[in-house]
Design a protein around this ligand. Sequence first.
Ligand code: NCD
Length: 328
Amino acid sequence: MPNTTEQQLEKVRGKRDLSVFDFLSIDDLSIRDIELILELAEIFKKAGTEEIELLEGVTIINAFYENSTRTRLSFELAGKHLEATVANITASTSSVKKGESLLDTVETLSALQAKIIVMRTAEAGAQAFVARHVPSSIVNAGDGWHEHPTQAMLDAKTMLDHHGSMKGKVLTIVGDILHSRVFGSLFRIAKKLGAKVRVSCPRTFVPAEVETLGVEVITDLSKALDGAHVVYALRVQEERGAGGFIPSLKDYSGAYAITKERLAIARKDAILMHPGPVIRDIDVASDLVTHPQSRILTQVENGLAVRKAIIWLLAKRMDGKIKPFTLK
Ligand code: NCD
């Protein structure tokens, strides 16, 4: 039995690598990739804040062009716990403000030998575009309304840790589905894990053609909650103009806020999740945030662990392969 955390990680990992060089979308990941990340994340979670010398000499740059608390901190702490050199840039302090293009900025970060660049942008697809032109591994920490794949990984861990398997289980997602990149990655991973995905929200928050992606739309919240194994609440994204889609936040929360009474409609063993930031009494009743069925803080804890697994796998490949890229 290996004793140190590092030995356990190396034993469990074996010679396994991710099938991808960049972490852009849940669509790119195989079930094996998902399993590998989750197996390693469990060991990282048990190790807590222990410093493990896995990424010494590796530079990671967090480039966040949109606000963030937990995702940015989580990546920063993940890198530091693995002894990487971690630096951060934000939109307000970067040369993008002076008119430099995003690709020129990212090429600069790459020239500074950043092995991994973690990016959050307001534009969908920006990470996928720059990833084609730099040797650094690009991690999508949220691209516009599109995807947030590391969030989906921590959500998968949270759901699987509670329910064991998500095959045939019902995931009900409630809230501003239309503007949510969390939804974009969550339904994709839930479908890969074999779950049944329902969304419940006002009609105006339903993305066009969402049913064609295998998602059931049930606008009546009570019906959507009936039989749910996971109740996942999303914030109304006012900064994306969501206010124009509903009469008022009060009307919205009257019909869709998750309250104790509404949570009781779901299965007895259901868990309540939310990616944060929670707007208390609008998305979720205040008294539910720390309720025994709530996993909101567990999600944050799992975020640190899955991000450690992802950055380790991207930074240190066992097959020694170098990411292919083309200069623009
Ligand atoms: C989400 C985001 O920014 O996409 N938050 C997060 O990363 N945990 C969701 C949100 O802002 O509502």
